[in-house]
Design a protein around this ligand. Structure first.
Ligand SMILES: [Zn+2]
Length: 174
């Protein structure tokens, strides 16, 4: 059996699962979206061949469509993975805690989104993650996350973002 597989979830369409146990801090995927053909949201919306659910923001108002396994990760308000960005379009998917075989892999959409931190891609939709602490809304604004979650995700933010929002983080971390 493959180490990672796509399967149906309860109420969230397809998701990504692990067939083996994973340790906190383990790197599960290296993703590099540089060099792929880029599209604007308008182009994606008007072209039925392009699957908007697989669109990844790569900066300057452009997206790439990539059907890699991490693209199937659903959002959770209590995620077990984190997307550690080293630049726009380059990230590692890291286990945020120990994960058991058969668990769905999830990340928090608001946790690592450089574009969303810059206010370029705000969105809101209903959350169906099913975690006991579900916040009911999925959104792309790091600063709207509960403060304890902001503090947990802060160490993983790219240095450029830590510098850019230094003033806001000073208040968060004191
Ligand atoms: Zn939720």
């Amino acid at each position: 059996m493959e180490r990672f597989y796509i399967a149906g979830t309860k109420g969230k369409g397809r998701g990504l699962f692990t067939s083996s146990g994973l340790k906190k801090g383990e790197i599960l995927f290296h993703v590099d979206l540089r060099g792929l053909k880029t599209y604007t949201l308008k182009e994606i919306d008007s072209n039925k061949e392009l699957d908007g659910d697989r669109a990844h923001y790569v900066g300057r108002g452009k997206y790439v469509i990539e059907d890699n396994l991490p693209a199937f990760m659903n959002h959770s308000c209590d995620p077990n993975c984190y997307c550690l960005k080293s630049g726009i379009g380059i990230y590692d998917v890291v286990a945020f805690r120990d994960i058991k075989a058969g668990e769905e892999l999830t990340h928090d959409y608001a946790a690592s989104s450089i574009n969303q931190l810059e206010g370029l891609f705000y969105f809101e939709e209903e959350c169906h993650c099913g975690s006991p602490d579900c916040r009911n809304i999925v959104h792309g604004d790091f600063f709207r996350l509960p403060e304890d979650w902001q503090r947990r995700f802060y160490p993983y933010l790219p240095p450029s973002i830590k510098r850019k929002y230094r003033d806001r983080f000073v208040n968060l971390l004191k």
